[in-house]
Design a protein around this ligand. Structure first.
Ligand SMILES: NC(=O)c1ccc[n+]([C@@H]2O[C@H](COP(=O)([O-])OP(=O)(O)OC[C@H]3O[C@@H](n4cnc5c(N)ncnc54)[C@H](OP(=O)(O)O)[C@@H]3O)[C@@H](O)[C@H]2O)c1
Length: 245
């Protein structure tokens, strides 16, 4: 049975801008019944809620705060789609003396927060006849991109986590998708001088893939090319990234 968005209930983290906002836009357009748009600062969600105030509810969530995760989970009686989108890049070289501090903070937001939120919501998702967890990794999670070494570590961890979760939930009606974007036109990639796809193109590609049962998504040309290099030779991709920076 193909995955449909119409009538679904979704939660998107980091929904106030960038790729998270793109996911909310795509869900609204596709006829989702209810969207919990989560952000650390709910006032930053005003323009997002205005897209369709009957469908979108602004909710507070810092993914590193366990009490906020618990409060939100208590507030959500039903859920079909969880989008673990919130993320940071506050990166250091892997060799830096303070690399562990950067890595620790990135792991808190990019991995441990989503893991805690997901585990807390799995019982609710299990009630859904057709559910999906969509995790946002990065093409830099497939192979380490040295100039953002600690960020790459956190995104590789998100990739591995998604594989484990997919296997754990295979008996349930919960699809676990992992998305591996290349540089996308959001605040996070502001400094990168190259052609960057729009955030909404990421969410559209992700949902199109979900409807076809494709759970690993490389949503843009750069990510696709780099993944093809990886499939040819993982060492070759690592060398390619090392040359790029
Ligand atoms: N843009 C790219 O090139 C690219 C490529 C590959 C993967 N990604 C991934 O895509 C996802 C979205 O990033 P983006 O490009 O849309 O970047 P962005 O514009 O910087 O947005 C990041 C989002 O994460 C939220 N966030 C940060 N820390 C948080 C926390 N502790 N709790 C809850 N929310 C938090 C931010 O909220 P605030 O407004 O409160 O800071 C914001 O909504 C991230 O996981 C990122 O790693 C991005």
């Amino acid at each position: 049975m193909s995955f449909t968005l119409a009538g679904k209930i979704a939660l998107v983290t980091g929904a106030n801008r960038g790729i998270g906002e793109g996911f909310v836009q795509t869900l609204v357009k596709a006829g989702a019944k209810k969207i919990y748009a989560a952000a650390r600062d709910v006032s930053s969600l005003q323009s997002i809620v205005a897209l369709n105030p009957e469908v979108i509810e602004a909710v507070e969530l810092d993914v590193t705060k366990i009490e906020q995760i618990q409060g939100l989970v208590n507030h959500i009686p039903q859920l079909d789609i969880l989008v673990n989108n919130a993320g940071i890049i506050d990166s250091a070289l892997s060799s830096a003396l303070d690399a562990t501090e950067f890595a620790r903070q990135e792991m808190e937001v990019n991995l441990f927060g989503p893991m805690k939120l997901t585990s807390a919501l799995i019982p609710v998702l299990k009630q859904s006849p057709q559910a999906a967890i969509i995790n946002i990794s990065s093409i830099a999670g497939i192979s380490n991109f040295p100039s953002i070494g600690t960020y790459s570590i956190s995104k590789a961890a998100m990739h591995s986590y998604s594989e484990g979760l997919r296997a754990d939930l295979k008996q349930d009606a919960i699809a676990v998708m992992c998305v591996y974007p290349g540089p996308t036109d959001t605040r996070m990639a502001e400094g990168m001088e190259m052609d960057k796809p729009t955030p909404v193109s990421v969410s559209e590609k992700a949902f199109a893939a979900l409807s076809e049962g494709q759970l690993e998504v490389f949503p843009d040309d750069f990510a696709k090319q780099m993944y093809a290099t990886f499939l040819e030779s993982p060492v070759k991709l690592a060398q390619t990234f090392a040359q790029m920076g």
